[in-house]
Design a protein around this ligand. Structure first.
Ligand SMILES: *[C@@H]1O[C@H](CO)[C@@H](O)[C@H](O)[C@H]1NC(C)=O
Length: 302
């Protein structure tokens, strides 16, 4: 296989560069391998977990799904770090590995991860009628979380100042594109395909209920004690201390948890500690215009 130029060069000591794939910003190695990613061969029993980046629900959903599949057996879910258990199909980083190659080599049944917007999803997932779990988070908390993730993760470009990042997010000039288009694209697709569309805020509010829903979608009937066990092991505090879920196994030159930990706060409404009044007004005005008529509603606080 021909290694892409960034893949050969990028070792985590400098910031990742980005480029466009069909109008969507992506890390350069993803762009360079785009044809292979687009041709990815899904298998009918693949389960795909999809989120906009740093919906913080990504890692959370992955952990929940793994515990459901293993009927609450925590030792099984401690077998490997998150990014090894769930290949991230469009993620290609030399010091961590190629999610694409890792997925191709993995025996079935596979649970895979993507951040791709619906229009960039490799077509074979739909052709094979794979089950897909989509998790969305309110955009204000998502923005804050993504900003801090940029700060600590050299595999993304530097975020700039908070003010600059705020504008980049609103104009969709961030990796994986506009939040608004992402949540809308998957929302519109949900009825035509086997997509379970979930909300982070619902998971926070009533994890047991959402975990049961996930279990039904996956096809696992879980008794009450297993559900309670999964709720406990996927609580923020437990996951933050779980070395197989808190990304502490990724080289520190790539993710620097001293800048901002991967598992940061996991709260609903933390955006209030970041947004100025003017930013909030601007955000709301833009949000109402772009989300009108979608039928999608988000909770920004409890
Ligand atoms: C990850 O978990 C390990 C083991 O509990 C802990 O020592 C470490 O501080 C955690 N890392 C972060 C960044 O929270």
């Amino acid at each position: 296989r021909a290694l892409s130029r960034m893949e050969l060069k990028w070792d985590g000591t400098e910031r990742m560069t980005v480029d466009y794939v069909k109008g969507i910003l992506q890390p350069t190695p993803t762009c360079d391998s785009w044809d292979q990613i687009w041709d990815f061969q899904a298998r009918p029993d693949d389960l795909l977990i999809c989120t906009y980046p740093k919906a913080e629900g990504t890692t959370w959903t992955q952990e929940i799904v793994d515990l459901i599949q293993n009927e609450g057996d925590v030792d099984r879910t401690h077998r490997a770090p998150t990014h090894v258990r769930f290949p991230f199909i469009e993620w290609i980083i030399q010091s961590i590995g190629s999610g694409l190659e890792h997925a191709n080599a993995m025996p079935s049944p596979r649970t895979l991860k993507t951040h791709l917007p619906f229009q960039l999803l490799p077509p074979s997932f739909l052709e094979k009628n794979c089950k897909i779990i989509y998790m969305a988070r309110n955009p204000k908390d998502n923005l804050v979380s993504y900003y801090h993730f940029h700060r600590m993760n050299k595999a993304l470009p530097a975020p700039g100042t908070w003010e600059e990042y705020f504008e980049s997010f609103l104009t969709g000039k961030v990796c994986w594109g506009s939040w608004h288009d992402h949540v809308k694209g998957w929302w519109e697709a949900r009825d035509q395909h086997r997509i379970l569309y979930l909300f982070y805020e619902d998971m926070k509010m009533n994890p047991k209920h959402e975990i049961r829903k996930l279990g039904e979608f996956i096809g696992k009937k879980l008794d009450d004690s297993v559900l309670d066990k999964i709720v406990h092991h996927t609580s923020f505090d437990v996951m933050k201390q779980n070395p197989m879920a808190n990304y502490s196994t990724v080289p520190a030159k790539v993710m620097d948890h001293s800048v901002s930990p991967f598992m940061r706060k996991g709260e609903v409404g933390d955006w209030k500690n970041h947004f100025t009044v003017a930013q909030n007004e601007r955000f709301d005005e833009d949000y109402q215009r772009r989300m009108a008529g979608t039928g999608l509603t988000f909770r920004f606080q409890f």
